[in-house]
Each structure stands twice: as structure tokens, then as C-alpha cells.
Design a protein around this ligand. Structure first.
Ligand code: FMN
Length: 138
């Protein structure tokens, strides 16, 4: 079982969510972590399940400088891939995540679940992230 956590975060909130996933997967699956603000990610085929994380940016879109270019380059390879989507937001109502889930489903990905957190992840978000990490291991 090989998993990846692929995220962008500008002020650390989505990164904190990635860390919850990483802690849960640690020791249970081989897990590679990619912070796409400083690393590239171009090989989804190498993983059984991938957790993607992006904050809501622009007007309810994925982080535009790093995450969106990476994601649009690889999304055609997500057909049949198990994915989890997560990210932090501020003043919206999660529209970016609903759009992103729909986009992944249209790509043919198997969306196992999504987690959103307003600002830093609260207890509920942490618990949802732990549950989804467990799903990724199945
Ligand atoms: C340029 C910019 C655009 C943003 N656009 C949205 C938005 O459309 N909807 C929303 O709910 N929050 C928006 N936010 C708030 C961020 O999603 C929020 O601060 C989030 O916690 C940032 O996550 P991060 O710490 O992982 O970067 C925006 C923030 C910035 C700086």
C-alpha cells in the first residue's frame, strides 16, 4: 500500500490538515508527502490512494500558483484512483470543495470523502481526517 499527500498551504491551515493525515498513515502505509509550493508532483500512478489538499483561493478556486497547475496537469491520470480531498477556507461556504469534488468525479476518480475546515482544523475536522485516513488504508 502506497499513499501520497499532495497539498499547498499559504498560511499553514491546510498544512495542519495534511499533518493529521500523515500522522494517521504513519507506520501503516508507505506515504510520500508533497508540498507543491516547493515540490513537484507528477506521478499519481505510483500510488494506491492520494489525499489532495488545497485552500479556497481566488473566488472559490484551488490555490492558483502551485496547486491548480499541478492538478490540471495530472487529473487525466486519476481515472479509477482513490482520492481524498481536503482544505481550509475562510469566508465562503465551501463552494470550492463542492466544485472540486465534482471535477474529480468527472475525471473518473473515486472520491472517498472530503474534509473542509474554516481556518485551522478544529476537533471535528481532525476526526473526519482520521476517518478518511483509515479509508485510504482499506
Ligand atoms: C487571496 C485569497 C483568496 C481567498 N479566497 C477565498 C475564497 O474564495 N473562499 C473562502 O472561503 N476563503 C478564501 N480565502 C481564505 C483562505 O481559504 C483561508 O485563509 C484558509 O484558511 C487558508 O488556508 P492555508 O492556511 O492552508 O493557506 C482566501 C484567502 C486569500 C489569501
Amino acid at each position: 500500500m502506497k499513499t501520497a499527500i499532495v497539498f499547498a498551504s499559504l498560511t499553514g491551515n491546510t498544512e495542519a490538515m495534511a499533518e493529521v493525515l500523515a500522522d494517521e498513515l504513519n507506520g501503516k502505509a508507505e506515504t510520500d508527502i508533497f508540498d507543491v509550493t516547493s515540490q513537484s508532483f507528477d506521478n499519481p500512478d505510483a500510488y494506491d490512494a492520494i489525499a489532495f489538499g488545497s485552500p479556497a483561493m481566488g473566488e472559490e478556486v484551488l490555490e492558483e500558483d502551485s496547486f491548480e497547475p499541478m492538478f490540471s496537469a495530472i487529473e487525466s491520470s486519476l481515472k479509477g484512483k482513490k482520492v481524498v480531498l481536503f482544505g481550509s477556507y475562510g469566508w465562503g461556504d465551501g463552494q470550492w470543495m463542492r466544485d472540486w469534488e465534482e471535477r474529480c468525479t468527472a475525471d473518473g476518480a473515486i472520491v472517498m470523502g472530503t474534509v473542509i475546515a474554516m481556518g485551522a482544523p478544529d476537533d471535528e475536522a481532525v476526526s473526519q481526517l482520521k476517518d478518511l485516513a483509515a479509508e485510504m488504508l482499506k
